[in-house]
Design a protein around this ligand. Sequence first.
Ligand code: APR
Length: 240
Amino acid sequence: MSVEQVRGWIAQAKSIAVLTGAGMSAESGVPTFRDAQTGLWSKFRPEELATEEAFRARPQFVWDWYVMRREMMKGVQPNAGHVALAGYARRHPGRLALITQNVDGLHQLAGSPGVLALHGNIADDKWLDRPKACCTSNPPKEGRPPSCPVCGNLRRPAVVWFGEMLPMDALAAAEQAAETCGLMLVVGTSGVVYPAAGLARTAARHGRMVVVNPEPSDLDDAAHVVLRGTAAKLLPELLA
Ligand code: APR
């Protein structure tokens, strides 16, 4: 099955959904998570860095890691894949639902409207515990991490950690899109993290699902077509 035939499916579909993962941003220079050599999880242990327990146990260690990742994001630009998705949405308003697991904000930076960010945004912070009046009426005290000067409530990165609930609204809208789209493109994800990966399986049951990935992924079995290639190369071809 070629790119040309998938382009035909895209044109036929009543609406399309796109689910992206870290591979979407690899060609922008953002490391993926599970790539054997360069992936973040090949160097760091997720259970030590991406859980609430880990943050409560070692807030400075975890905070510094996010500061390092934010530094890495400085100057990073959307690639041709991000740009192709934003361009398609501009040319076909309301026809594309863009769902991402990425916290890098590159879809939004490329100008994609209404991005359903399932795992939050690494550029944002929020309170660790439900904020009290003291937390919101005083500027946070400087620190790693910053904290409430009165009760000590900590600031934490506004991303979804393992074991945490996804943002309800974004997840509900993503499930709706997966159930109603005629076609879902699944780009740059290993497909091992749920509930995000479950959206691709839902789309495959209701319509067509196409995987775009240079390597085998856990969703290849459910895909109607697997296109072995990269996001920045294939998305401009598929969406032109
Ligand atoms: N274009 C397309 N796909 C690519 C590219 C590329 N240029 N480069 C790598 N890939 C693919 C890899 O082959 C791999 O299948 O992207 C996938 C990245 O997989 P992961 O690193 O597991 O990232 P992701 O699937 O987004 O992880 C899901 O896990 O760690 C948590 O919360 C984090 O959102 C993340 C979730």
